[in-house]
Ligand binder design. Structure first.
Ligand code: TLP
Length: 343
């Protein structure tokens, strides 16, 4: 029985081309700046985002942490969505390690922060208050149905931030999903954010790694912060090699994942006992709610016994994510298994 693992696109396995590139990668000591494969990956990433420079880090969590540590001093405030990955799912690293104060605003259904909320939240100069230093956005927005944020939205936030002397960081863990969904290059989003991070290890299927992109000076300082949090990885070209293959070969196929997610959402919406609006599903992440007696845990356990893995994300809320290795036929199989499990 083939396992159909829809828990996350982080479960993707490296492609044969990645394994070959890893085996043949030229490597050196990256902390000394001497790993040619890491250097190449960083150049490719910066060029894709049309930024000056990029830094290879171990994970999306490290990319956001290093970005925030570089942007903010202790006691500074970052405006961030209440459903942002960096607020919910990164172990409170910004507070624990950076002394950074999160000011959460409600994420709208489409993953945005309301402009009026942002404008109201930016603090003036007052001896009682922390300084607002940064606005952190997320694109696609994981917890908001994988919604892609439009470049125009980024521009509005960027203009507002810069008019008030504040910078913007974008957690673009899945920025290529946003790019494919909206039919624009990733640099369209990146031009309206001071820094952007993205992951190689999610939909792009590389085994490890994320990139943080920004100005040359910013990345030079981020390199120190990366070292401080233990992210100097030495012969990291072994993993960077897979990242290069990911950027060169795995972006366009994300459209398949989106089509599969759409089919999954439509199929689920037809099942009794499930609530979801397929119109909300624009990329590869599908959330749905159980409206009958069953809990999310009960359903996930039942379907797991038949080889379909989905993620619990609330008492009656479930997440399913499509990715490389999940085919159209797998979606139909998963729908059948879920339907039977609900009966
Ligand atoms: N997200 C993971 C889990 O942590 C929830 C997933 O399965 O979706 N930003 C965003 C928007 C993310 O979705 C994630 C991972 C990260 C950052 C962190 O990346 P990693 O796992 O590489 O540290």
């Amino acid at each position: 029985m083939k396992k159909i693992d829809l828990r996350s696109d982080t479960v993707t396995l490296p492609t044969p081309a990645m394994r070959e590139a890893m085996a043949k990668a030229q490597v050196g000591d990256d902390v000394m700046g001497e790993d040619p494969t890491v250097n190449r990956l960083e150049e490719i990433a910066a060029a894709r985002m049309k930024k000056d420079a990029a830094l290879f880090v171990a994970s999306g969590t490290m990319a956001n942490l290093v970005a925030l540590l570089t942007h903010c001093a202790r006691g500074d405030e970052v405006i961030v969505g209440d459903k942002a990955h960096s607020f919910i799912n990164e172990v409170g690293g910004m507070a624990a390690l950076g002394g950074i104060h999160p000011r959460t605003l409600p994420n709208q259904l489409d993953g945005t922060l309301a402009l009026a909320d942002i404008a109201n939240a930016i603090r003036g100069d007052n001896v009682h208050w922390p300084r607002t230093t940064l606005i952190a956005l997320e694109n696609t927005h994981n917890a908001c149905n994988g919604s892609p944020l439009a470049p125009e939205y980024h521009k509005t936030v960027y203009d507002l931030a810069h008019a008030r002397g504040i910078r913007v960081h974008t957690d673009g863990a899945r920025i290529f999903n946003a790019a494919v969904a909206l039919g624009v290059p990733a640099s369209e989003f990146a031009q309206y954010t001071d820094t952007i991070s993205f992951c190689l290890s999610k939909g792009l299927s590389a085994p490890v790694g994320s990139l943080l992109c920004g100005t040359r000076d910013f990345i030079a300082e981020a390199r120190r912060q990366r070292k401080m949090v233990g992210g100097g990885m030495r012969q990291a070209g072994i993993i960077a090699a897979a990242g290069i293959v990911a950027l060169e070969t795995m972006i366009d196929r994300l459209a398949d994942d989106h089509a599969h997610a759409r089919r999954l959402a439509e199929g689920l919406a037809d099942l009794p006992g499930i609530a979801l609006d397929p119109a909300c599903m624009k990329t590869n992440i599908v959330f749905f709610d159980l409206t009958g007696g069953m809990t999310a845990r009960q359903l996930t356990e039942r379907v797991a016994r038949e080889g379909v893995l989905i993620g619990v994300s609330g008492e009656r809320r479930i997440r399913a994510v499509t990715h490389y290795g999940v085919e159209r036929a797998d979606i139909e199989t998963a729908l059948g298994v879920i339907r039977r499990a609900l009966e």
